[in-house]
Structures are given as C-alpha cells and as structure tokens.
Design a protein around this ligand. Sequence first.
Ligand SMILES: Cc1ncc(COP(=O)(O)O)c(C=O)c1O
Length: 399
Amino acid sequence: MPIRDKPLPPMYPGGTFYNSKEIEAVIKVIKAQSPFRFYGPNFLDYSKKFEEEYAKYIGVRYALAVSSGTAALHVALKALGVETGDEVIIPAYSWVACPAAVVACGAKPVIAEIDESLTLDPDDVASRITDKTKVIMAVHMRGAPANLEELQKIAKENNIFLLEDCSQAVGGSYRGKKLGSIGNIGVHSFQLNKNITAGEGGAITTNDELLYQRSIMIHDAGAIYRPIYKSILKIDPIPGLNYRITELQSAILLEQLKKLDDIIRRMRRRKEEIKKMISDIDNIEFRKENDPEGDTGVCLVFFLESSSKAQKFVEKLREENIYTSSGGYPWLIYRPGVADGHIYLFWQHYFDKPQDETVAPKTLNLLSRAVHIDISPLLTDKDVEDIVDGIHKVAKDVL
Ligand SMILES: Cc1ncc(COP(=O)(O)O)c(C=O)c1O
C-alpha cells in the first residue's frame, strides 16, 4: 500500500494564493479601461505603485517592473554595458534564460561549477575569469542565496559586476539583506512557478541611479520623449526594446506582494519540519546553506552517495505518491540523457562550441545524486507526515 493515495498539493506558490483580492484588482484595471502602464482613460498607475512597494520591500532605491524575468536579465545585462566581446560567468545549473540573455547582448556565456549549495562555486568562478569577463551572474537557485560574500569579493578584486538573479528566490535574503539588494543589480521573475506571480512578469532592483536610468531606456525602446521621464532621465539616450509591464500584471503583483512573507513563512516552516524529522537517516547529506535564515524554503534537497541510489530513491518515492500534483520539479535533478532546461548540457544552441560533460563535472555529479522535494506552501500536517514516512520507508529499502 502506498503511503498516500493522491499527489501532494501543487507547487505554484503565489498562484495558489490567488483569491478575491487579485480578482478585484484585475477587474479595477479592466473597468478603468487602462491596461497600459503609462496612461489610459481612467489611469490607475499601479505599475509605479508596485515599483515603489517592491523597492521598499527589497530595500533598494530603485525598482523597475518589466514583462518577464528573461526581460529583466536582458535589460540588466545591457544596463551593465554587456556587449559583443564580453564574457558573463553563469552557473552550470540555472535556467536557459541565463545564457539566452547573455547571447541576446552579443556576449559569451561562460559556464562555472556549482557547489553543494546548488549555487555558484566561488573558487571555480575565480578560475574562469579572463580579461573579457564583465559580469558574474549569481543565481539564487531553488529558493536559497548564493555565496554572495565570496562572489562579491571576487567581483571587486577583478573590477567586474555582480548580478543577482533572484528569480527562484524572490523574498529571500542573505545576512539580513534582501536578495537583489546586494550585487550591482538584481533580477526577479514573477512567472507562475515563482514565489509571487502574475503569470509573467519581472523586475530589476538596484541602488545605482545610472543603472536604473539605463534600464528605463532599454526596457522602453529608448523612448526618452515621455513626459514622465523628463524629471528622471539625466543621461544621453541609448537604444532599447519593449519590455514594459502591463497594469494588469502590476495590479496582481501589488496584491501578491502583500502575501509574499506569509507564503515564505509557510514553506520555510514545512521545510524545517521535514528536514528535522528525516535527519535521523544515515547516508544522506543535506544541501549546503549559505544562509539558513535567507532561504525561502521552496524545496528540500539532499544528496545520496551515488546517482543509481538516487534514481532508485526517487522512483520509490513516486510509488508512494510523494510528488506534487503540478508534476513538480524532476525529483532527481539530473538524469543523464533526460533534457532539462536548467542544466548547461541542454543549452548547446547558446554556445559557439559544444559544452560537454568535462566543462562542469562536479555540477553533473552533484545534480545526479540530488533528490529534490518541492515544498508547497499548501502542505498540511498530514502531507508533511506522509512525506516524512515516505522518505523513511524508501530510505530503509534503498540506502
Ligand atoms: C534562474 C532563472 N532566471 C531567469 C528566469 C526567467 O524568468 P521568466 O520565465 O520570467 O522569463 C527563470 C525562470 O523562469 C529562472 O528560473
């Protein structure tokens, strides 16, 4: 008999907290007939309000809302001046949008290893720096902060920029500061799988006025003519594209932002409960935490000693119906041969020469032994009990 007879709640943190608040917010925009962010017949200016609230939440001087996380990455890299001939160091485990944004700037993505935290390995980053390196892209992967202290040190020593991609860890922090407020510029995503969502959406955060001004022009087709920009823009115009957010997205995000701390609190609590209750199991190694207080708790990851054991472990867990009804994230993060847009081997179309297993062997080894369990904010006490019982049952069988 399986531990459960049905899957766990879905893993769409912000989306599953939609209620009458988001509905009313959207209806207001529709009734106002004003979905465009800069004006309309009964303009509500929700996008500016969201930017103000988000900047306050992250603890930065400037936030710019954009149409997606990928748009935010592209705008941020361009704002940093990334162009043809430059190199940007990205983690071997992130999301395909990371190399895509680098290539969209005409630059070259350079893969670096991750460590047991599933985020950039600072030593490996240092070894991949060349005189062409312009940016280190620190991705706060699967809810948790990268090793910002070390990465910032390397960036400063080499006079290059540090970009924080907070897409998977919106609302997380590092040593008391919100992610996206520490590097030169922060990138955020509000796509459906993220901690808060408008289906699509993104933001850039920074304390640097010049980067903010450049980002404004880059995200709005270099449209310096808008009256609203008169009091803001002080620099010469630069070209851009259209990555503007809509009022519909901003209206939703204003409501979602009010819920973010509660969503994170729920996930963190459940993650800690499960972690504690399975810590008696020998031969599992929990993911390294660069700052346990800053984790948003979206998942629990542990490494087994071999990929074959890890593979068996996740198959057995599925037999117990320990997986999310949204299909979840692959239970074993890397299964050789199985395509996954989070792993550099499947980004070949973004490189000028093949990136094989020898480029980041440590990353592939870690990910092939990494059991990943989604922690939905909707988990109940009974769900937690089932996950813990399931893991114990499978551990007895496999380990
Ligand atoms: C690490 C990371 N960066 C960037 C993005 C791109 O965000 P979006 O899907 O909003 O374009 C995502 C997710 O989708 C992501 O996980």
